[in-house]
Design a protein around this ligand. Structure first.
Ligand SMILES: Nc1ncnc2c1ncn2[C@@H]1O[C@H](COP(=O)(O)OP(=O)(O)O)[C@@H](O)[C@H]1O
Ligand SMILES: Cc1cn([C@H]2C[C@H](O)[C@@H](COP(=O)(O)OP(=O)(O)O)O2)c(=O)[nH]c1=O
Length: 209
């Protein structure tokens, strides 16, 4: 049984996750000074996961291969980092988790939801039959074109960021579908707002850890 608390940050590339995640971690650590806060990311979070991340963000590959590698990195991440941290009562904050696979490999690239459900069950299945899921997912939501305009100002695009607007609209719609399916887990942020307004919303967010 986990005594920890698991939070994920999600959204299309350029939605503003990186802008807010460090301050959010500090906010949580300040609220819970006696709890460990583990900050991590996907794909990545372990030595093997970071190697897989380099491949995944760079090398073109078959869609099933991409999904399997995302979930392989996730399995390692769960086994090495997430589960031990939660078992020890820590708060884990991950920059992306499985919703990203449903959104990018499923919504964006078209992998069937049935296959993603199978992988999720395989990789996140618990001894009691439940799935390891974040307790809270903060989803930064905004139109693809706004995110694209923000990204183009500041970044050399990686493999995913080179995808067109239609891809990102499909990714966004899949995120929103999942949020609608599980409204208790998701907190939606209107990421078209200014960083100041977004931050004050995060500061006011009631989190029962
Ligand atoms: N609310 C916002 N309004 C305008 N620009 C923003 C906002 N949030 C982030 N940005 C800018 O957009 C770009 C992408 O933000 P970033 O946080 O790196 O996105 P992500 O991590 O979700 O890909 C950065 O240049 C950042 O300064
Ligand atoms: C976790 C995960 C990420 N991704 C993609 C989304 C992003 O385009 C990319 C890496 O995410 P991210 O860490 O947000 O990139 P950056 O820090 O450069 O903004 O990987 C998937 O396609 N599937 C997944 O399961």
């Amino acid at each position: 049984m986990n005594s920890g608390y698991f939070i994920s940050f999600e959204g299309i590339d350029g939605a503003g996750k990186s802008t807010h995640i460090d301050s959010f971690c500090k906010l949580i650590q300040g609220r819970y000074p006696d709890r460990g806060v583990v900050v991590t990311r996907e794909p990545g979070g372990t030595a093997l996961g970071e190697q897989l991340r380099s491949l995944l963000l760079d090398a073109p590959m078959n869609l099933e291969t991409e999904a399997l590698l995302m979930f392989a990195a996730r399995r390692e991440h769960i086994a090495q980092v997430i589960e031990p941290a939660l078992r020890a009562g820590n708060i884990v904050i991950s920059d992306r988790f499985t919703d990203a696979s449903f959104a990018y490999q499923g919504g964006g690239r078209g992998l069937s939801i049935a296959k993603l459900n199978d992988l999720e069950r395989w990789v996140q299945g618990q001894a009691d039959g439940s799935l390891l899921q974040p307790n809270l997912t903060i989803l930064f939501d905004l139109p693809g074109e706004v995110a694209e305009a923000r990204r183009s100002k500041v970044r050399t695009p990686d493999k995913f960021e080179k995808m067109d607007l239609n891809f990102f609209e499909k990714v966004r719609q899949e995120y929103l579908r999942r949020a609608k399916e599980d409204p208790k887990r998701f907190h939606l942020v209107d990421a078209t707002q200014t960083p100041e307004i977004i931050w004050s919303g995060l500061e006011c967010l009631e989190i029962k850890i």
